[in-house]
Design a binder for this molecule. Structure first.
Ligand SMILES: *[C@@H]1O[C@H](CO)[C@@H](O)[C@H](O)[C@H]1NC(C)=O
Ligand SMILES: *[C@@H]1O[C@H](CO)[C@@H](O)[C@H](O)[C@H]1NC(C)=O
Ligand SMILES: *[C@@H]1O[C@H](CO)[C@@H](O)[C@H](O)[C@H]1NC(C)=O
Ligand SMILES: *[C@@H]1O[C@H](CO)[C@@H](O)[C@H](O)[C@H]1NC(C)=O
Ligand SMILES: *[C@@H]1O[C@H](CO)[C@@H](O)[C@H](O)[C@H]1NC(C)=O
Ligand SMILES: *[C@@H]1O[C@H](CO)[C@@H](O)[C@H](O)[C@H]1NC(C)=O
Ligand SMILES: *[C@@H]1O[C@H](CO)[C@@H](O)[C@H](O)[C@H]1NC(C)=O
Length: 489
């Protein structure tokens, strides 16, 4: 009998302790997302930060920007074409996605389309047996960590069918199918709405085209003025708005509509679609290679970087191959400088190893949402969150000891996997306000007017859709930044 009672006692103790353990193990959960959210492919795209455009075709050989469509294919002969060189230049620049102009407005196709002979087939290059698109995707795949994207111009100044809605849209769709079935994975496809002056009544069947793209490529992002996955930023200078929401109302957008460029530039805090902006800009003045042009200055490229990547966008930098079929030495040199500059600025984070506190934190100490998360290397899935019921003390503060080094750039990131939330924020150093900003998004970079050598740096969130969350903070020194410099473009 004594045995029975002691057994029962042990069982009871075990059961009770189990309940206690189960209680103690109740881990605080992440907060609800704020809709809309990025798709898997959009989230991957955003983290690329810098991607490359390659404008190449008959214009390269005629020294023009817009071909007429009357070019003789015999001029296309890039005798030294080496797409591996393009890829290694891109890789060194830290690029993970390259987009090639398979066809520009002139209608000349860089691949042997079976629907036209206005292509590499009719050129002397490789005796008409070449395929630039094939060589491009092969080189990209051989590298392993770079993805391929393609641009197929809707405007076609060569093909007779252009101007005849049905016939031309069928032709375009047939070519789109060739590009999306014959060359493996394509991660981004680029559309614009340019039209010939003589064919303003021409309509492009974007709905059919996009549906076909989705059917043929599951992980692709479709770019156009109006998305549906990535939107145009509204200009070709590479500058996003000072306020830059990844959200917008797609219903207000149309492709090739000049009256929406301002809206595209800033996005919409109330937007119901996740449609982040891509900032296209050329390393040179033109999109195609011209002997007379040289690359932009490093300071200009950095200015673009801060105004695109530093404003919650992806920078699409065009680097045009020359008539030999290679990226020019001067562009390679400038890209190296650019990458070195970015690495120099951002490889040291003066917030590392600093103590950090917050107004409140979800789940209390050890709950997994503390402000220390802004100093780890995960910029998407670990973050600081205030307490659910805390409506006032939305701030984090980092104490930076004066170690002799200073910083003049503040980097702030939101965990956009849970939506873009912050609409207004301020930065104080030892109680003095240095920055008043609006949106943050995936990444916000603030350049300061002065170099800060330590102090209590407080980031205060003044407006947010739902709880504000911050995934990363960095304090960096940019030796190239001169606050008083006036940039002339
Ligand atoms: C093409 O470029 C790659 C990378 O720069 C280089 O290794 C290779 O030797 C080049 N091929 C030719 C045929 O020049
Ligand atoms: C466009 O307008 C022109 C002139 O009015 C007409 O001849 C042509 O058929 C129209 N094209 C289409 C596709 O409707
Ligand atoms: C251009 O956009 C504006 C604003 O959304 C809209 O009112 C107008 O109808 C659009 N124009 C065209 C041609 O789609
Ligand atoms: C976008 O849509 C939301 C939800 O319908 C609406 O509240 C907001 O006003 C719209 N934005 C604009 C600029 O119309
Ligand atoms: C193209 O660039 C390569 C360097 O990558 C250079 O050797 C070649 O001469 C250039 N071609 C022209 C026409 O400038
Ligand atoms: C932070 O600490 C690590 C390890 O001690 C050190 O390697 C790193 O340089 C420190 N970072 C800064 C900015 O002081
Ligand atoms: C960006 O916006 C902030 C606050 O809204 C303002 O203080 C700052 O001057 C703006 N910067 C530019 C370059 O417009």
């Amino acid at each position: 009998m004594a045995k029975f009672w002691s057994c029962l006692c042990i069982i009871t103790i075990l059961l009770l302790s189990h309940v206690a353990i189960a209680r103690r193990e109740q881990v605080p959960t992440p907060p609800l997302p704020v809709l809309p959210l990025p798709t898997f492919s959009q989230l991957k795209w955003q983290q690329r930060e810098l991607i490359m455009f390659l404008h190449f075709g008959v214009n390269t050989f005629t020294d023009s920007e817009w071909g007429t469509g009357k070019e003789n294919p015999a001029i296309f002969n890039p005798v030294g074409l080496n797409t591996s060189q393009w890829v290694s230049v891109a890789a060194e620049a830290g690029v993970s996605l390259m987009i090639l102009t398979a066809k520009h407005h002139d209608g000349f196709c860089l691949w042997p389309s079976k629907y036209t002979d206005h292509s590499v087939i009719s050129s002397p290059w490789k005796s008409g047996h070449g395929d630039v698109v094939h060589e491009f995707v092969t080189a990209v795949k051989a590298h392993g960590e770079i993805d391929a994207g393609l641009y197929l111009s809707p405007w076609d100044r060569h093909d007779r069918r252009y101007g005849h809605d049905l016939e031309y849209n069928e032709y375009y769709l047939a070519q789109l199918q060739e590009l999306l079935t014959k060359y493996g994975n394509v991660n981004e496809i680029w559309f614009d709405g340019a039209k010939g002056k003589n064919a303003k009544n021409m309509s492009y069947y974007f709905t059919d085209w996009f549906a076909m793209v989705r059917e043929l490529q599951s992980s692709i992002n479709i770019f156009s003025d109006a998305g549906p996955d990535v939107r145009w930023v509204g200009n070709e200078n590479g500058f996003a708005g000072n306020t830059s929401w990844s959200t917008i109302n797609s219903t207000l957008l149309s492709i090739g509509n000049a009256s929406i460029v301002e809206y595209l530039n800033t996005g919409d805090p109330k937007g119901t679609n996740w449609l982040p902006a891509e900032c296209d800009v050329s390393i040179r003045n033109g999109w195609f290679w011209h002997k007379s042009e040289s690359p932009k200055k490093l300071s200009q490229l950095l200015e673009i970087y801060y105004n695109s990547v530093g404003r919650n966008c992806v920078m699409l930098l065009n680097v045009p191959p020359n008539t030999t079929g290679l990226i020019s030495k001067s562009d390679i040199h400038r890209l190296k400088e650019f990458r070195t500059a970015i690495d120099t600025i951002f490889s040291v984070n003066l917030a590392d190893n600093c103590s950090v506190k917050a107004g409140s934190q979800r789940g209390g100490k050890g709950g997994g949402f503390g402000p220390e998360n802004v100093l780890d290397n995960d910029h998407i899935w670990t973050y600081w969150s205030p307490r659910e019921d805390d409506k006032k003390s939305h701030w984090i503060e980092i104490r930076v000891p004066n170690r002799g080094l200073g910083f003049n750039v503040v980097r702030i990131q939101e965990p956009i996997g849970l939506g873009q939330r912050i609409g207004r924020h301020e930065i104080y150093v030892d109680g003095k306000r240095l920055v008043e900003g609006t949106t943050i998004g995936y990444k916000r970079l603030h350049r300061l007017e002065e170099v800060i050598h330590g102090g209590d740096v407080r980031i205060v969130i003044k407006e947010s859709k739902g709880l504000p969350l911050i995934s990363s903070v960095g304090f960096h020194f940019d030796p190239y930044w001169k606050p008083d410099r006036k940039l002339i473009f």
